[in-house]
Structure formats: C-alpha cells, structure tokens
Design a protein around this ligand. Sequence first.
Ligand code: C6P
Length: 412
Amino acid sequence: MMDAKRIDWSALRKDFPILDQQVHGKPLIYFDNAATSQKPRAVIEALRHYYEYDNANVHRGIHELSNRSTAAYEAARARAAKFINAKTAEEIVFTRGTTEGINLVAQSWGAKNLKAGDVILLTEMEHHSNLVPWQLLAQRTGAKIAYVPVTGDEGLLDLSRLNSLLTPRVKIFSMVHISNSLGTVNPVADLCDRARQLGIVTLVDGAQSAGHCPVDVQAIGCDFFAFSGHKICGPTGIGVLYGRRKLLDTMPPYQGGGEMLLSVEYQKAEFKPAPHRFEAGTPDISGPIGLHAAMDYLDAIGRENIWEHDQDLAQYAYEKLAALKDIRLFGPKTGRAGLVSFLLKGVHAHDVVTLADQAGVALRGGHHCTQPLMHKLGVESTARASFYFYNTRAEVDRFVEVIREIQKFFGQ
Ligand code: C6P
C-alpha cells in the first residue's frame, strides 16, 4: 500500500484516458464524481478481456468458457466481500446498484417483517433511493416513517432526538453513510450500535462512502450495506448489497426467474440459498468482473489515502468558496467528505453549472435526488462540486476562479 503523502495524485490521472480532453476548448475538470466516477484503464481492460476471451453465461454451461465466466463472477463476489470485510462471499448479492439493493431489502425483508403500526426510521438527508422504497413499503404495509432531523445548513444529524425516536415500534433504521448533497459523514457505527441494542435492523446506504473511505461492515455493525460500482471506478449497472447471513437466509426472493432455483414444478418452486436466490435471470457478468478490477485498483492506492486526499480537496474548496461574498455553503464546516454544495446569491444553480461547463468544469446542479432535504433547507437546488483522488488542488483553484467569473457575469 502507498503512503498518502508520497502518492503522486496527478500521475494517477494517466490511468484515466477520459480526463485528458478539452471541453468547449478548455481542459476538462471533472467535478461530478458523486454522480459517477471515471474508469481507469485497468477496468476498461478487464471488460475488454472478458468479452474478447471469456464471454459465456454463468452457472449453466459445463464448457470451458462458461466455467471461466462463472469462476470470474464468483471471484468478484469474494473480492467484494473482502472490500467491505464481510465474513463470507455468501453475504454479497450482486445488484444493479445502491437503488436496487435498498429496494431488494424493502421488498424482501420489509414485506416479510413489517406490519401496520411499525416504524421505519430514516434521516432527513436521505437520497430518494433510501426514501421512496420505504414509502412504497409503508403504503403497502401500513407502517409509518419517522426521520432523524437535520440541523440546518450545517447538515448534521440532530442526535439529541435519537433516544425519543428509537421506540419499540421501530423495526428498521436505514441511514446514509455520506450525504451526497451535504458531504456530511454520519457516525454509522454508533447509530447501528444504538439500534442493535434495541433489536432494530439497520441498513447503511454506502453509495458515497464505499469507494472513498475504508469500509468494514463488521466494524460498522450494520445488517445491510448497499453501494454502486459506477461510483467507485467500476462499470455502470452493477452494485453490491451486503446482508448479514442470518438475515439473508430468512428472506424470500425478490424476483423470480432462472438461476435462483433448486427445482421447479408447475405449482411451486424451491429456491437456492442466499445470495443466488436474489439473482434471478442472467446477471450482469461483465459488471462484477469490471468491479473486481476497480476494487483492486482502489485498494492498491489505499482507501485511507483516498479519504485523506478527498477530504483535503473538499476542505480546501470549502474554505476558498467561503472567502467569496454572496455565497451560501451547505454541509459541515469541517470533517466533510469530498464534495461541496453551494448557492450563489441571485443565481440559479443550473446557470452556475451551465456557465461552469463552458469553462470546462463539470459540476452538478439540482436537488441531487434529495428533494425533501432541499425543501427543509428552503431551496430548490444547489450547485455541487464532488471530488475524487484524480482531482487536484490546481483544479480547485481554477474552479473557484470560474465561480468568481460567474459572479462577475451576474454583476456581483
Ligand atoms: N447519487 C448523485 O449525483 P445509484 O443511482 O443506485 O447508483 O445510486 C443512488 C444513490 C443512493 N444513495 C446516495 C447517497 C447517492 O448519492 C446515490 C446516487 C447521485 O448524487 C445520483 S442522484
């Protein structure tokens, strides 16, 4: 493993062919990593190799290519277990992404275990994908949803309310690890510990954490942990749901189809054990193979190093932006993850993003799929710069210059 101080972060950019281009005649500065990360050659190459040499369906054939495909698919499962320190590969279900992972838990575990009057506890900073699946479940079962409040622009959870929210009616507490809108890092190990002492099942939405900081699901103590491959240098369309073995084994299938069965009769079917019972039909095969390469790539750099670099860039950007006039910043002042959300006085977030794009800077503007949070903060949208390890302080300097130019353009 490398040492954060010794890593030549800009040299790593050479691993990402996409970064070496001009956009609107300006060097690309890609600051939309919370939406999706770029892919290193190692991942692109793993996908190419798979399709050129090994492509076949998994768990079916007994021919050489199918055996190779199956071995690679299952090796990726074992690699994913190691990536988040799950006890066994059987605790890893491949999904399409974080969204599907949470839907799987809501529909399978939730439908089996929730009834009218039960409570689903969430936080006010959840992404729609950790909100709407629970709303659908609540509508079906008559369960209610309660929320741990957010303090305001500083974007912290108001934990003084937690004791009164953790009532005996709460059956599941589902929380985001790192907020995609605020950059807040939630104390998920403490929250899961509090819930576990009361017999409450926990789910952690790791979409913004898995590829950015070390993740150990055993240390966090959660029952479920969901993340997306495309945000951690892997391909789109593949994700991971970790589920504690004891729980996965009790859960009914989420979808029916081929590959998840032991035997079928016209009136009934017997399902394979977890995780295969949750992977109906031909799965995304190249996805886990690309994801395997991505996990190897990230861990060769070291996620503690990536975390240090991300946090450094975010703090640097936050302080430079905070020094500007007529700007409103969201999320914690210190200890933030690698992103900064902001609004310029009198300028719509979409205008900021459009003008930044003309200068080659890719930002994101909108509600970031956290519309209730935006409403709570009294805004419709924010502009967001989100960083990854291949970004540099020089890029942040240019980005802040561009923001200043946008302010001037609007007469400020
Ligand atoms: N956030 C962003 O720009 P999927 O789409 O399933 O890969 O990930 C959903 C998701 C779940 N939780 C959090 C905290 C997220 O940030 C995301 C995706 C993107 O912020 C797209 S809205």
